[in-house]
Design a protein around this ligand. Structure first.
Ligand code: C2E
Ligand code: CA
Ligand code: CA
Length: 696
């Protein structure tokens, strides 16, 4: 509106100035015209009067009376009469002078008052001028005409104002016209300004829209080809260009973002996006005191699919699994692919109550477990896969996104370890165990380095009470914690890979002492020592060589060595392990299956392996006479061993009742506290010698 005001003021001034100037000039022109008109009328009158006078003169002359004063006087009075009756108003101002303009012969009625003043002027007008001499002086206009024959001068004095007397007749019209013109001009100016301002305003509005980021706005209805229309068109084109540029930029940004935040194979969000979103979720849940859950999903044995069916099928399976995951979760939840066969689902807005939230998370996890284990049709072939899921609740367990992923991963591992295709939830209890394991790992490293490990031997007996062999059990006396159970640190050693060093130490220790024992007087019944071998050790390529080297080093005949392996050792690379066992059996090494009955693998493998003995697991022996099922199991194992031609030993025999049961069921070998606890090697040697004496 500022512009409108300014433009309006500007037009107002212009219009006023123009109108006033026009008026000024037109009034002046009209004045001039009226003046001329008047003076011409006066001259005309004077000419007429002159003709009249000259007519009179010629009449006298004709009769030769022109110089006769009486006639002259008569004529003069006739002129006076003529002036008074016939002639116009102008003659009210007339002065008739004598021939030398020295004497006033007659004065018009209106000019009497001017008489005195006029005398001086009359003197100045003695010049012979024809036809009319006009002269302006002061506020008067003087008209002078000489009539030589009569030696007369006609002299009219008119007030200047009177010259313009008729102007007033026009002035009202002029003023009215002027006012109309001014108003019309003002109105036109206003309309014009308004139009101009409206055009400018349209342009301004468009600029404001662009500035505020609205690039869909355009100036509409541009019809003309004038400059303003061109500006508008130009502005629209500019907006088009900007919009397109920004659009392209946005597309590029989106693409880049898509690439940086999404997994290209499955189109699920990737780890980066997960971490970003997770952090927001943690903060939000913490603020609103609600619970969320992070589900860590790992496909079971996906590697097998990849290895046997190829990566293409593997990729297709991952894509299908991703689709299923995405279809299952709610809109507010998030499913991402961490990489490989690992997925994460973040559940939002669970119940504030931990127990309920946990139940909700587990329900979703079960659904995921089910949907992912549905058959997959890939390239015309049906595939099946299961998964293991770890759950962690937040912010309860942690408010750190990295910790949460780690915890869920730990829980997932726990699920894998307990047989796959299951769900495990992370808890601080589990975390404590983990921290303790980490601590043990470090401590164990020091122990191995400083040879702080020792061995105990637990004798094994036959029905005659003779020591026929002994199981080697590792012992670790921690400087602060005292003895730590191998049940606790062996899994840690396995996890951290320290089991190889540990196994070697144990074997060296026992073979070294065995060399010593064998060098002395050994009872005939004593046949060998057994060493526990963990699956990890056994799977090592150079395991056979290492054993052989140690046997050589301590010059121990191979059949003095028995290796205890668990059924678990054989799961997976059965043929490879069987091959290794056969190789070692050829050397003379014995094999026993430890903890027999707890594994879940098929029994048929026993026929295919060079196994010498089954060790009935402690848990079955413990419940002899308490749990009928265990009684049956023990009986069955003993029978089966007999049928397969294998030896069988009961471990963990603690009382006579168990012993009697075993004897009654044809078990001939025993190990357990009922006979002896594991003892230091020196103590064992003593027992061995005593035993020998007793049995003699
Ligand atoms: P395992 O092979 O089943 O070893 C027998 C375990 O039963 C030993 O526990 C032993 O002390 C215990 N035991 C023996 N008789 C009785 C009994 O009458 N009653 C009860 N309640 N327990 C009895 P330990 O020494 O704590 O060893 C635990 C486990 O650690 C072993 O179980 C074995 O799997 C592993 N282990 C021990 N030493 C070694 C080793 O040098 N290498 C490897 N790889 N594993 C070892
Ligand atoms: Ca054992
Ligand atoms: Ca055992």
């Amino acid at each position: 509106m500022k512009l409108l005001a300014r433009l309006s003021l500007f037009t107002l001034i212009i219009v006023l100035v123009t109108a006033l100037t026009t008026t000024f000039f037109s009034i002046n022109t009209i004045r001039g015209i009226i003046y001329d008109l008047n003076s011409q009328l006066i001259q005309k009158d004077m000419d007429n009067l002159q003709s009249f006078i000259e007519g009179e003169y010629f009449a006298l002359q004709k009769h030769g009376l022109e110089n006769v004063n009486t006639y002259y006087q008569k004529v003069l009075s006739r002129i006076k009469r003529e002036i008074n009756s016939n002639y116009t108003d102008n003659f009210k101002n007339i002065i008739v002078l004598d021939k030398n303009a020295r004497q006033i012969l007659f004065v018009g009625p209106d000019n009497k008052k001017l008489q005195g003043e006029n005398a001086s002027i009359i003197h100045m007008n003695t010049v012979n001028i024809h036809p009319v001499k006009i002269r302006e002086q002061g506020e008067y206009v003087y008209f002078y005409k000489k009539i030589p024959q009569w030696k007369l001068g006609l002299f009219i004095v008119v007030n200047k104002k009177a010259m313009y007397s008729r102007l007033n007749d026009y002035i009202d019209t002029i003023m009215a016209g002027l006012i109309i013109i001014i108003f019309m001009a003002l109105f036109a100016g206003f309309l014009f300004s308004r139009y101009l301002v409206a055009q400018v305003q349209e342009i301004l509005n468009q600029i404001t829209e662009i500035k505020s980021g609205n690039l869909t706005a355009r100036i509409k209805n541009i019809s003309g080809r004038d400059e303003i229309s061109e500006i508008k068109k130009g502005l629209n084109t500019m907006t088009d260009i900007i919009a397109e540029k920004i659009n392209n930029q946005k597309l590029a940004e989106m693409k880049a973002q898509q690439l940086s935040l999404f997994d290209p194979l499955t189109n699920l969000p990737n780890r980066r996006m997960l971490m970003e979103r997770l952090e927001e979720e943690i903060a939000r849940n913490y603020r609103h005191k609600i619970t969320g859950a992070l589900l860590f999903i790992d496909l079971d044995d996906f590697k097998t699919v990849n290895d046997t069916c190829g990566h293409r099928v593997g990729d297709l399976l991952l894509q299908e699994a991703a689709k299923r995951l995405d279809s299952l979760i709610r809109k507010e939840d998030l499913a991402c692919r961490l990489g490989g066969d690992e997925f994460v689902v973040v559940l939002s807005d669970l119940s504030p109550d931990q127990m309920t939230a946990s139940a909700q998370a587990n329900t979703t996890a079960s659904k995921i477990l089910e949907i992912l284990s549905q058959p997959y049709m890939l390239e015309g072939q049906q595939h099946q896969i299961s998964c293991s899921i770890g759950i962690v609740l937040f912010p309860e367990e942690s408010r750190d996104s990295h910790d949460l992923v780690k915890y869920a991963d730990i829980a997932m591992y726990q699920a894998k370890n307990s047989g796959k295709n299951t769900i495990k939830q992370f808890s601080n209890y589990m975390q404590n165990i983990l921290e303790h394991r980490l601590y043990l790992q470090n401590e164990l490293r020091t122990a191995i380095k400083h040879k702080a490990l020792s061995i105990y031997l637990q004798p094994q007996y036959n029905t005659q009470g003779q020591i026929i062999s002994a199981e080697t059990l590792v012992r670790w006396k921690h400087p602060e914690k005292g003895f730590i159970s191998p049940a606790e640190f062996i899994p840690v050693a396995e996890e951290s890979g320290q089991i190889h060093a540990l196994g070697k130490i144990v074997m060296s220790l026992v073979l070294e002492r065995l060399q010593e024992i064998l060098a002395g007087e050994v009872p005939e019944s004593f046949r060998r020592v057994a060493i526990n071998v963990s699956p990890w050790e056994f799977s090592r390529k150079d395991f056979v060589d290492e054993v052989k080297n140690l046997l050589d080093k301590y010059q121990i005949p191979a059949d003095f060595l028995e290796l205890e392996i668990t059924e678990q050792t054989l799961v997976g690379n059965f043929s490879l392990f069987a091959e290794k066992m056969k190789q070692m059996q050829k050397m003379g090494i014995h094999f026993s299956i430890d903890d027999f009955g707890t594994g879940y693998s098929s029994l048929s493998y026993l026929k295919l392996l060079p196994v010498n003995m089954l060790k009935i697991d402690r848990s079955f022996i413990r419940d002899i006479g308490i749990d009928k099922n265990d009684d049956a199991i023990v009986r069955t194992i003993i029978m089966m061993a007999r049928n397969l031609g294998l030896e069988v030993i009961a471990e963990g025999v603690e009382n006579k009742k168990q012993m009697d049961f075993l004897l009654a069921n044809d078990c001939h070998l025993f190990q357990g506290y009922y006979f002896s606890k594991p003892v230091a090697v020196d103590e064992f040697i003593k027992q061995l010698m005593d035993n020998n004496k007793n049995n003699d």
